[in-house]
Design a protein around this ligand. Structure first.
Ligand SMILES: NC(=O)N[C@@H](O)C(=O)O
Ligand code: NI
Length: 165
């Protein structure tokens, strides 16, 4: 089975797939609250209200998958973005592929720190949340509606990969 190398998560590397949510030096910063707070401004493009839907905030409590992690299923949300912000101060994995027809060779894996969130843009293929080490909580900002907004693809055996951390 092919091994997919895990890369460090950076805003630049993740740009084709979405946004990285972090208090980085290159973010637009505003000093507010009489100088007591720095606002790291407008870090992600949230798009969750298509077809009259509403924005929602949820918490996902994810259990780590057994090692080595095998990527067998991917998904995307055609109508909305989906953001994950770690609440357990622990690294986690992000696996994505470019929008459009799924291409296994287009998959990329990233190691996110406990200080980095990700926001998948609508249509970006991604694996469900991949906790590491222990059960981890993620704050999730996504679209709340009763319609179907999740397309799943089960990878053929020849397309499946294991993650090389
Ligand atoms: N199914 C669900 O709400 N979660 C997935 O979209 C995910 O990306 O974890
Ligand atoms: Ni998702």
């Amino acid at each position: 089975m092919r091994k997919l190398k895990v890369e460090p998560l950076t805003r630049e590397a993740f740009a084709p797939f979405g946004d990285v949510i972090e208090a980085s030096d290159d973010a637009e910063k505003h000093t507010i609250n009489y100088g007591n707070t720095t606002r790291f401004h407008d870090l992600a493009t949230i798009n969750v209200t298509a077809d009259g839907a509403k924005a929602g905030i949820s918490i996902f409590r994810s259990a780590p998958l057994p090692m080595p992690i095998m990527i067998e299923v991917m998904e995307y949300h055609p109508k909305s973005s989906q953001a994950f912000v770690p609440l357990s101060a622990r690294s986690y994995l992000v696996v994505v592929a470019p929008k459009g027809p799924f291409e296994a060779r287009g998959m990329r894996a990233f190691l996110a720190s406990g200080d980095q969130g990700v926001n998948y843009h609508a249509g970006t293929w991604h694996h469900f949340s991949l906790a590491l080490e222990d059960i981890s909580d993620f704050l999730v900002i996504d679209r709340i509606a009763d319609d179907d907004n999740c397309v799943e693809y089960h990878l053929k055996a020849s397309e499946q990969v294991t993650l090389e951390i």
